[in-house]
Design a protein around this ligand. Structure first.
Ligand code: FE2
Ligand code: FE2
Length: 279
């Protein structure tokens, strides 16, 4: 079951990356939906492990995604799904097992029907649409996208872990919002990376980041990180503002979203403190 969690994590990321690199609307739509379904499978399998008291983590193998044709990656995803189906025999929750099995069956069928397409998400041309950026702005944007896409993946996993281990409805509501928001940021940055030919899978996150013992300290550090992320967005929007109104507006938009994350996290800290005080 632990292996099933790891393999589902990998299949989810492979499918998410395939969605990001696809340029055909229908392929992108299907791959995005399927990656969301695999993400949900992941959280359900995780819940099952927690209920049965099994220790687990978010370690996984590296996921090779550099392909020239989407069909090659899709064939790899289908192979991953075959592996998942074999691992399912160890799932004791019959309802969950049936659900995942029937999902996998349909997804493999539907993936087999997708039209092949050329992939340019790794050609390193580093231009975004028809926007002309100088080398400095291009470097700043590249660095930002690499760092922040990893950060967003990290946040999804951390908040997911905290939520999975908490039965506090107030905190879980906030964790869920932060997970959804990080998904949006990860997808937005990933789309840009694919468009610029620099798409990459976020690196594996260390256990010490999500197996946190001091939630209050974690939240306070998180607020500092959000403030830093805001600063980065602001710097980037300044760096590209003279060249591209479109990019400047987009990074301001992301920046303002971080304000709300900070407020939510402050609410979480306050709630957490009150709960501790009430003992
Ligand atoms: Fe963000
Ligand atoms: Fe944020």
């Amino acid at each position: 079951m632990k292996t099933l969690l790891v393999r589902t994590h990998e299949a989810w990321l492979a499918t998410l990356m395939a969605a990001l690199m696809s340029k055909k609307t229908e392929n992108k739509r299907v791959l995005t939906e399927f990656s969301d379904i695999l993400w949900r499978h992941f959280t359900w399998i995780e819940h099952d492990l927690i209920v049965r008291g099994v220790d687990y983590d978010y370690d996984r193998e590296n996921i090779p995604i550099k392909v020239e044709r989407l069909g090659v990656l899709i064939a790899d995803i289908v192979r991953r799904m075959n592996d998942l189906e074999m691992l399912l025999v160890r799932c004791e929750d019959e309802a969950l097992k049936d659900r995942i099995r029937t999902d996998l069956e349909y997804m493999r069928y539907a993936l087999g029907k997708l039209e092949d397409e050329e992939v340019t998400a790794f050609d390193m041309h580093r231009t975004y649409r028809d926007i002309e950026l100088d080398k400095e702005a291009t470097d700043a944007l590249t660095l930002f996208l690499f760092e922040e896409s990893y950060k967003e993946y990290e946040l999804i996993m951390i908040y997911n872990y905290l939520q999975a281990h908490s039965d506090d409805a107030f905190l879980n509501r906030i964790f869920q919002i932060l997970i959804d928001e990080s998904f949006f940021h990860l997808r937005s940055f990933g789309e840009m990376m694919a468009e610029m030919g620099i798409l990459g899978v976020p690196r594996v996150i260390h256990q010490s980041l999500y197996k946190v013992s001091d939630i209050e300290k974690f939240l306070l550090d998180g607020i500092e990180e959000e403030i830093a992320a805001k600063e980065q967005c602001k710097e980037l929007s300044d760096a590209v503002a003279s060249k591209s109104d479109e990019l400047a507006k987009f990074f301001d938009f992301i920046n303002y979203q971080e304000n709300y994350h900070i407020e939510l996290m402050r609410d979480a800290v306050e709630h957490f403190r009150k709960k501790q005080a009430d003992g």
